[in-house]
Design a protein around this ligand. Sequence first.
Ligand SMILES: [Zn+2]
Length: 249
Amino acid sequence: MIRRRCLERPAYVKSVIKQLKGVHPRNCNICGYQGNFRAFGHPPRYDALCPSCHSLERHRLLFSWLQANNDLVTQADTLHFAPEPCLASILSCRAKTYLTADLVFGRANIILNIEQIDLPAGSLDLVICSHILEHVDDKLALAELYRVLRPGGIAVLMFPVIEGWISTYENEEVTTPKGRDLHFGQMDHVRYFGRDVRDRITAAGFTLEEFTATEPAAHRHGLMRGEKVFIGKKMILNAPGPVNRRSDR
Ligand SMILES: [Zn+2]
């Protein structure tokens, strides 16, 4: 048995290494590249990274939604938090106006704290916020996103969500990077959302729609099957406010 395992393991390692360079040919819906994608992450996700525009699965899924809602984008005063270069280069040309923001200097047009957005209330039509809410106080952030949107405005939200969990997992006793990596999957994450994340979004005042890709797009573009784009819409001006919402400035 031990001898067999010793013989099998090099073969397994060899197959992993081989697949890091791509398993199936894919088509990038963002840049049009066709061919093998690269692996990304630890443990590696095969066929995740487009070698041309460096998009990942979630970027290509988000772009699918943006493509399907192109008319909305072209008429939108848009704010893109933590902008992914592969999307920013396209959105900067398509959106009516396009502003990028990040907490770190040099990564975007302006520095903004999503928990305390220094922009007027009702000043935007579209906010893109991908893989940020799991890093921050999501209640404050969602309230701020709601505040800066105009009635009818849309917040496009993506984050890791464990659909098998009823409740979001947070733990105040987990305070170290190593602990956060163990409990929340990454050293700078502060929670794993469960499916009650929908309640958190609607509690901020949004109505909610969800978008996921089906076949053949999922295999063609190298998407994560079942991954969601959450679309929060601000329906009514002066709707009842969420807990912790800041007064309009
Ligand atoms: Zn690409």
